[in-house]
Write a protein of this length. Structure first.
Length: 262
């Protein structure tokens, strides 16, 4: 069993909890008795979710934070410290993407998303892992994507940022192998959330994705909690998405085998 048991002074800190997979992770963990600390910018959505989770009898705090801001990330750490709670489970779920070519993108937006998708993940892992090591207990779930396995036209920085999350997560896991702290990368394929609309996908693009690849946020959260319980290194929800990731890896292998140098 790799998921620390629920405890009155422990919390599961979940970023991106106002929506989609993050909110589903909060429901899944709260329904198992975990106190949760919900983090996002939309405080009204966080309040509504907190009210719902309290009906399960769970302890909940909310923290409004723009995770692209280093100041907000430091304030999040200070806020957790003030509560006296220990972050036993960290779910880095906040993420965002745009749709468009690298040559035509709005650089400021891309750089903000890169700060959110990569830098905030490194920052929060670094911030909370020390306590987990000291307590000999902890679990980290970083949400990457099947986009981590391949370059993606018109989603160049997003796919690269998820490749970063996957690589970083596997390294952190390896570095912690002699501790009881587990680190898991969740790589979903398409999930029915607000994500695509926010990223600016056209309805036709969404409709073109084969139905077999789609998962609900609740299904993804259930598979992710199971992976956390097993202390798994990698979790890809759905056979079609496992096949997609495998194909991407085979293409990379083929590329490497052709890149023979003298
Ligand atoms: N949906 C998919 O198809 C899919 C597939 C693979 C991987 N993923 C990954 O799964 C994760 C969750 O995505 P989702 O599908 O649940 O999307 P979503 O419904 O759009 O949720 C994204 C979450 O990130 C938060 N967020 C965005 N910008 C933020 C910021 N600057 N500071 C703090 N929080 C911020 C949002 O909250 P606020 O707006 O309230 O701040 C929201 O809670 C992301 O990392 C995404 O890359 C999604």
């Amino acid at each position: 069993m790799s998921l620390p048991p629920p405890s009155p002074r422990g919390t599961a800190l979940i970023t991106g909890a106002s929506s989609g997979i993050g909110a589903a992770m909060a429901r899944a963990l709260a329904s198992r008795g975990y106190g949760t600390t919900l983090v996002a910018r939309d405080v009204n959505r966080l309040r509504r979710l907190a009210d719902e989770l309290r009906t399960y009898g769970a302890r909940v705090e909310i923290v409004e934070a723009d995770l692209t801001s280093r100041t907000d990330r430091a304030e999040l750490q200070a806020c957790v410290k003030r509560t006296g709670l220990a972050v036993d489970i960290l779910v880095n779920g906040a993420g965002a993407a745009t749709r468009g070519s690298i040559a035509e993108c709005d650089l400021d937006v891309e750089l903000r998303h890169m700060e959110l998708n990569m830098i905030s993940v490194v920052d929060l892992c670094r911030t909370f892992v020390d306590g987990m090591i000291a307590r000999n207990s902890g679990a980290i779930l970083n949400i990457a994507s099947t986009a981590a396995f391949k370059p993606m036209d018109r989603q160049g920085t997003y796919a690269a940022s998820k490749a970063f999350v996957l690589s970083f997560t596997r390294t952190l896991r390896h570095e912690l192998q002699d501790t009881p702290v587990t680190v898991t990368a969740l790589c979903p394929g398409p999930v029915a959330t607000d994500f695509d609309r926010r990223a600016g996908f056209a309805a036709e693009e969404i409709a073109a994705i084969p139905s077999v690849m789609w998962k609900s946020a609740d299904d993804v959260a259930a598979v992710a909690v199971d992976a956390l319980e097993r202390g798994a290194e990698l979790c890809i929800p759905g056979r079609a998405n496992v096949a997609d990731a495998t194909m991407s890896l085979l293409k990379t292998k083929q590329l490497a085998s052709q890149a023979v140098s003298r």
